[in-house]
Every structure is written in structure tokens, then in C-alpha cells.
Design a protein around this ligand. Sequence first.
Ligand code: PA5
Length: 427
Amino acid sequence: MKADLEFKYHTQANKNHESFKKETLLEYLGRFKKIIESESVGFFRLSEDTTQLKAAKKMFEKFKHKKHFVQVGIGGSALGPQALIDALKSDKKVKFSFMDNTDSEYIADLLDEVNPQEALFYIVSKSGGTAETVANFSIARNFLKKNGIKEEGLKDHFVFCTDPNSGHLRELARKEGFACLEVPSNIGGRFSVLSNVGLLPALFAGISIDDLYAGANDIKESLLTEDVEENILLQSAAHIADLYRTAQPAVNQTVFMPYSSRLKTLSHWFVQLWGESLGKIRSIDSANVGLTPIPAYGATDQHSQMQLFMEGPSDKILMILEIKNRKTDFELDSSLGMEPAQKLSPYTLNQLLEAQINGTLQALKAQKKHVIHMSISENNARNMGAMALFFESLTALMGEYLDIDPFNQPGVELGKKYAYEYLKNLS
Ligand code: PA5
């Protein structure tokens, strides 16, 4: 079954505005095509080539006896894989952990759960020198050595993933003969979920990486069609941009809210992609731009942030994702002597969730809030591949609307510089 991401727009965007004119939309389509065809931007074409798939599968064959997969990385080198695993993991025999923070209590708890013999540490850093990742790599190495793994045995416990040509990790792999996968040079961390960064852990989790790619390829036509009314990329970007530029109050916050616990981490992946790509100082006028991303998931957040979304300022656009079918369900049939249980008795848990999504959508519309209602028939690898490419494409195109470069992150670089200066002073 092909990927089947669908969209309905319920917003107060002004459809008569310039932003929605066919020629404007086509102009943005032209700009988007220019970006994805440029040598320096590789995320869109990634799924058209099987190089990464083959390399990941080959590496998996070599290490598939390992029972604990520990991803060591941060930002884009951790969030995409984590979103894939949480959404789709089917192989219950392999345990996953993520060394994605420099919090010693967290790392100690994590290592307590690791059997050194059974563990594979996947050290992922595009640049090959990120402090958090290097620190956790050192800790993992020391942990293995302390637990009886000899220097010459370390190669059985580490796979690297980094830039094909440059960086300290690549150099170390070459020098010491560690197994190493590539992140293509033209793919940055937050756009790398469908590269080896996400593919190797996906294989350990029993996810079909061919389906991830097939899903990304399925959706391309609806991202590139010149039939602007049908183009989900152009329509979504135009709605968000129009609300950002012309609505009163201006819409400068973006909520992504899948109704699924398994997709909770996908909303965190979206937050990083959207926040780090679009929050920038615009060079032409030094304006601070961006659309603050807010992670949420339903139905849980109906009892948390929804009150704010419903009655707080209309400065948000909500992207609500519905999964139409689930593989499991529960009867709510009950002999409990309480009225709420009796009311629910004729229904199933999936029907309750469906009612909650629809009730929320109806109420948001009644409050004239801005909503993009997305849906997929089921949570599977094909739809996950499609959603990854959709959000990456939307982020790249929003960079054009905001007139910034979505592929760099100068703001975080400054923080890193100061942190190293601080460390120097400590010694
Ligand atoms: O999206 C990005 O580029 C960043 O969030 C990086 O993924 C993050 O800083 C980690 O970088 P690296 O993969 O080079 O270690």
C-alpha cells in the first residue's frame, strides 16, 4: 500500500491574498525546485538512490547478533532515529538506548542497563567533533574497557557514522579501522533521518528501510505538482506564511500534534527540524524570524496544552495528525457500576480516540483557530518515510518565505564557542 498522507485546511488564512495566487505558488515551487536540485542540498534526492540502503544493510548483517543498540549522538544525530524506533519498532528482542545528553545521572542509569558483550554503540556525528557525542563516546569506550573488553575487541562494539571525507571521527575510523557509515556531505543532521543515521537503527528495530524510501518516493509527486490546489507542500506553506505575515495576531507558533503515543517522539523530531532551521537572524534586515515549534500529542495533551490552544491567543497554527486505522483495539464493554463507564460501554478504545480527535477539531474550528488536519491510513514505514520528506520539504520551503538559510545554525555555534572557553577557565 502506498503512502497516503492527506490534508485538510481549516484556517483563517486569507485565500484571496496574493500568497494563494497561482503565479505566487508556482514561483515558490520554482524556488523549492532550485533548492532541492542544488548540489549542496541532498535530502530530497536521498531516496532515489540505493547507496545508503545497501551500506546500512551490509553493516547490519555484520552486527545483527547484537541485542542492545546504543545510539550515541545529539540533535539530528539522535532525534530522527528515535522517532523511527518509537513509531515503528517491531523487533522486541533488540533493546535501544540513546546517549543524547551530557547528564551524568542519565548516562549512569543508561549504562546500568547495558550488557557490554551484547552492546553495539553507534557513534553518529556528521561533523565528527560535537562535544556531547565525543564525551559520550569516551564514556562508552571506558565502560567497555572497564568491563573486560580488550582494546582489540572494541571494533566489535562500535560503528561510526559521519561525513564521508572530513572530521575527527572519519580520521579515527581510518586510523584505527573502525566500521564506519557515511552521512552524505550535503545532508545536515536534522535532515538526515533517512540516511544511514536512521537506517541502521531502523534495521535493528525490524523496520523496512525499503518501505521508508518507497514512502518518501510516493509523496514526491504531491510535493512537486504544478496543480497548485493539489500540492500539499505549496498549500501548507502558503497557509502558514500568510498567517505569519498578515494575520492579526500574527501566527508565529507551530504545534505538531499527532494523536498517537508512538508518534510522540516524531513531534520532538519536528521541533528540532523546524526550530533550528527557521529561527534565524535574517541577513537583509537583521530581523529575528521563526515560528516557535511546540510538541504535543493526543489525546494526552487534551488535558494539558489544549486549553491554551483553544482559548489562548490565536498566534498558533496546529498541525493535527490522525491515524485512521490501528492494528489493535480494546472493547470498553464494562460491568462497572459507574455512569461514565456505562456511557463508553458500547464502544471501543479506537472509537473513543476518533471521537476525541473529531470533537477537538470541531471545537477548534468553532473557536476560529488555525488548523491543518493531516491524516494517514495507518502508522507504517511508508507513511513515516512520506512524513519525513514532507516536513523536511516544508521546512526548506519555509526558509524561502522567511528569507533565511534553513540549513545552517549560527546561533548554536556561538554557544559552543563560549562553552569551550568556560571549560578552559575551569582547568
Ligand atoms: O541539525 C543539525 O545539524 C544539528 O542539530 C546536529 O545534528 C547536531 O548539532 C549534532 O551534530 P553532529 O551530527 O555534527 O554531531
